[in-house]
Ligand binder design. Sequence first.
Ligand code: NAD
Ligand code: UDP
Length: 311
Amino acid sequence: MNRILVTGGAGFLGSHLCDFLLDRRGEVICVDNCFSGSKENIRHLAGRPAFEFIRHDIIHPLFVEVDKIYHLACPASPIHYQFNPIKTVKTNVMGTINMLGLAKRTGAGILLASTSEVYGDPEVHPQTERYWGHVNPIGLRSCYDEGKRVAETLAMDYHRQNRVAIRIARIFNTYGPRMAVKDGRVVSNFIVQALRGEPLTVYGDGKQTRSFCYVSDLIDGLHRLMESEDLTGPVNLGNPSEFTILELAERILERTGSRSAIIHKPLPQDDPVQRCPDIRLARERLGWEPRVSLEEGLDRTIAYFKEKLNS
Ligand code: NAD
Ligand code: UDP
């Protein structure tokens, strides 16, 4: 049996992961409360015998028999995770305890989708897994940042105390088709604005940097990490090519051919100034590195949103 649970499976990354696992003959149980994800993302999988969807909120216990758990359930966009911050903490703490408890009972290996946000506004650049981070524990982003840090702590403690086989992926900004039109993250915002002829909203001066990973690269990395031997500690997964947000806006205008203006809006609280993964560990231990360039990834994502906005 190779029955795999994907929490957050109706979300952006989760739905691509369900596709990937089903293509490799996995039997997939997708669990989601559809807060920031949508059944639309998995509609094409309905009717496949190896696929099952359960609408369930992971802050409540879940009883299923599985061999592997990819634990992705948690809103990822600042708009979504700040909508109900207490719920975000509950999802990260109670939800992760429930999923680790499930892993303990069933003997399943579990991969936690953590985030580059555990590094906060980093003082070390690029960020290696050994860096402990620089996080504001009481700010607007902390429900997510600290929530994920506790989720990592829980994973390590379940491993040390109960010998649960855990993997921790520290995911850096990832983009691609199936991001929601109203997701609020920068790539989808800019593409939708450019296609609609609306101004691109750059927060602050736009000199802050991010590194953008295309979704297929990230899913491949998650799978390699889950299947790896003996790699318990956190592993960065992301694209090390770093761009300023202004550069991203200009690329998107170029690739869409849009004549939208660029306007500036206030920078959100605690917005990290610089972010770029050091992926040496993933390269060495997983033989993984991103293959899709920003141009190629943007073109695929633009094509998706063009169709979405016209339908
Ligand atoms: P997303 O919002 O599209 O997906 C998250 C999914 O989890 C949604 O379908 C949502 O409905 C579901 N969910 C949220 N709370 C839940 C709950 N209590 N019970 C059940 N389901 C719940 O976001 P995404 O980009 O696909 O992110 C997936 C995971 O990857 C998240 O854990 C996120 O923190 C992590 N991550 C993503 C990125 C990125 O750039 N995409 C970066 C770092 C980390
Ligand atoms: N951002 C922006 N305009 C937008 C959305 C986001 O300038 O319409 C900026 C945001 O302030 C941040 C960067 O883009 O500096 C990435 O934001 P996102 O929400 O995508 O991810 P995160 O901040 O979590 O990396």
